[in-house]
Design a protein. Structure first.
Length: 611
């Protein structure tokens, strides 16, 4: 995985979990001994300071679409966490937090500068039940660092209802509850079970809303978590999280992440905390910029060449600070137009590890000069380079915000070659570049968009046609919704499915209307699945028509994945349309699929107010 992106991606996702699915029954079982104890709720105590030890480990594997190339990242975090309750109200509480002795390791690398920045104090506003809802950061933190701190805290999210004491008049009590929570990957459902007056168990499951990242397309999430509480302390005394997130990899990369996280109370006596530490004026929330602008080193061509040649083997041998060396190479590549060609010579003549070769393509992407782009297009188009390197070069070009005319032309030439893996990747890259150009108001974008539309309209090869439709989806341009919508009437199911999934990336009511109007006419199960999945992510002003159509279709649908997407749509909109509750209650009795029963059970539980 690209080093800097791998760091950000892994840390953002370390708060996402997977464990084991377990079916929610319509009635809740209760440990009768709990009725003898007062269930603990969080007692936020102003002025109480506490210290915790934080341990987080993440292992991620990414397989790029169309290739067996696997990229792996190992992330570990070790730190102390100090916290003090600053203000406590009826509905929310403000807490000061600060990490210390931070040690972050990414695939054998450490970054002392980042460790130091993450030790700046920050404030968190929690709900009375323990959900972090607002973050305030010190001046000087980048968007990446702000997001890392936020998601470290969100990893240990708990949500306790205001009234969770068993009701004597109701034997089953409210010992289980279902809530909607969120992290960097989106919104998901979480089920809590009270084991004792001071212990909870939690399971994440079923994304309700995913983030817009294509990396997370159709991701699934579950977890197994244990929480310890103590009425003498604010927040929690310990929490253990074991989780995984994974994607099916259809028409995109396959992602699999396993996470383990622990936070344990150490002591309150060892902590000497001054509340003034958190009296800072909150800084503006910063965007996440993976490619910040850097000054070009003032070196002669000869000096830059010598340093670049020295840095390549240094990167290959490096165990720590590889990210720093990649950025040194990026800056050297910007010194002179001949540097990218020199780097290619080094890649061809030196025996380098596969990881280093991937990092060098990242350096070229980050440099982003016309000459760096030319080097990437040379690798992509030349038979002198391996298919793996050609694919890496094409993927790297997708990260270019300001592509040169020559880059766009090379991608178009490659899109029509007879090398299927590379041509498809080049076409997808054109869509991604088009999205970047649209955001930047690049005047050349309309021409690129029109050519993508032409490729989708005038292609007799079904596979190539679907590739162009997916590329249009990558632009996320709502102005092409009408063009993509026409493919919902195509004779080929693969083309209709590509259109349905691409419309799901174009967040507009027009996309939703196009899918809604076609849904009842669609007879292919895989296409119906794609339609329901996209509709779950699109803004719908009026969901009545779609609820009626899906509630009818789900009762005769034979394709399990389609039933899952339909059940997810109905569950997400059940609060607005409670009249469909009997439909879901009938379905759960006969549904053979465990995961479909799970998502229906979650929806019914939330509708019943078990939160």
């Amino acid at each position: 995985m690209k080093e800097k992106q791998g760091l950000i991606f892994s840390l953002l996702l370390i708060s996402v979990s997977v464990g084991v699915f377990w079916f929610l029954q319509a009635s809740w079982s209760v440990n009768n001994t709990l009725e003898q104890n007062e269930p603990h709720v969080i007692h936020w105590q102003v002025g109480v300071s506490q210290r915790y030890r934080v341990v987080m480990d993440s292992s991620s594997r990414l397989n790029m679409f169309g290739t067996s190339d696997s990229q792996n990242v190992q992330v570990s975090i070790r730190s102390l966490l100090d916290m003090v309750t600053l203000e406590a109200g009826k509905d929310n509480t403000r807490v000061g937090m600060q990490l210390s002795d931070v040690r972050i390791n990414i695939s054998g690398q450490s970054d002392p500068e980042m460790n130091q920045m993450l030790e700046l104090p920050f404030r968190v506003q929690f709900t009375a039940g323990g959900v972090p809802e607002k973050f305030e950061f010190s001046e000087g933190l980048t968007g990446q660092e702000q997001s890392m701190l936020e998601n470290i805290v969100r990893t240990f999210t708990i949500s306790i209802p205001k009234q969770s004491k068993p009701e004597k008049s109701r034997p089953e009590g409210k010992q289980n509850w279902v809530v909607k929570e969120k992290n960097a990957s989106g919104e998901y459902l979480a089920t809590y079970q009270r084991v004792s007056s001071t212990q909870l168990e939690k399971n994440k499951h079923d994304f309700v809303v995913l983030s817009s990242s294509p990396m997370l397309n159709k991701a699934t999430i579950t977890s197994k978590e244990s929480i310890q509480l103590n009425e003498r302390f604010s927040w929690i005394t310990s929490m253990t999280v074991d989780e995984t997130i994974q994607t099916p990899g259809k028409n995109g990369p396959t992602l699999h992440i396993n996470n383990h996280a622990q936070v344990n109370f150490v002591s309150s006596n060892q902590v000497s905390i001054h509340k003034d530490r958190w009296s800072f004026i909150a800084a503006t929330r910063q965007p996440i910029l993976l490619k910040p602008a850097k000054a070009i080193p003032q070196l002669s061509q000869q000096e830059a060449r010598r340093k670049l040649i020295d840095e390549v083997p240094a990167l290959d041998a490096a165990v720590e600070a590889r990210s720093k060396r990649i950025h040194i190479l990026r800056d050297l590549l910007r010194v002179d137009g001949t540097m990218p060609e020199i780097l290619l010579e080094q890649m061809q003549t030196r025996k380098l590890s596969d990881r280093t070769r991937a990092d060098l393509f990242l350096a070229l992407e980050l440099a982003a000069t016309d000459e760096a782009q030319a080097a990437l297009t040379q690798v992509m188009t030349s038979a002198d380079w391996s298919t793996r390197d050609a694919l890496r070069a094409a993927v790297a070009l997708a990260g270019i915000n300001e592509p040169s005319v020559e880059t766009v032309k090379a991608l178009w030439d490659t899109a029509y070659t007879e090398r299927p893996q590379i041509s498809n990747t080049a076409t997808y890259t054109l869509g991604s570049i088009g999205g970047n150009m649209k955001v930047a108001n690049n005047p050349d974008y309309p021409a690129l968009r029109d050519e993508l539309i032409s490729g989708a309209n005038n292609n007799s090869n079904t596979q190539q046609q679907t590739t162009f439709i997916y590329a249009l989806g990558n632009t996320r341009d709502t102005e092409v919704v009408s063009n993509v919508s026409t493919f919902l009437d195509n004779d080929q199911p693969a083309i209709r499915r590509a259109a349905a999934l691409s419309l799901g990336l174009m967040s507009s009511e027009q996309s939703a209307k196009a899918l809604t109007s076609r849904f009842e006419l669609e007879r292919n199960s895989q296409v119906r699945e794609a339609m329901a999945d996209s509709l779950s992510r699109l803004p719908l002003t009026n969901t009545s028509e779609m609820m009626a159509s899906i509630s009818k279709a789900i009762q005769t649908e034979t394709y399990e994945s389609a039933r899952y997407s339909m059940a997810n749509f109905m569950g997400s909109n059940l609060a607005k349309h409670p009249e469909y509750k009997p439909v879901l209650q009938n379905l759960i009795r006969t549904e053979p699929s465990k995961r479909v029963r799970q998502i229906i059970g979650d929806a019914l539980a939330m509708q019943s107010g078990i939160q």
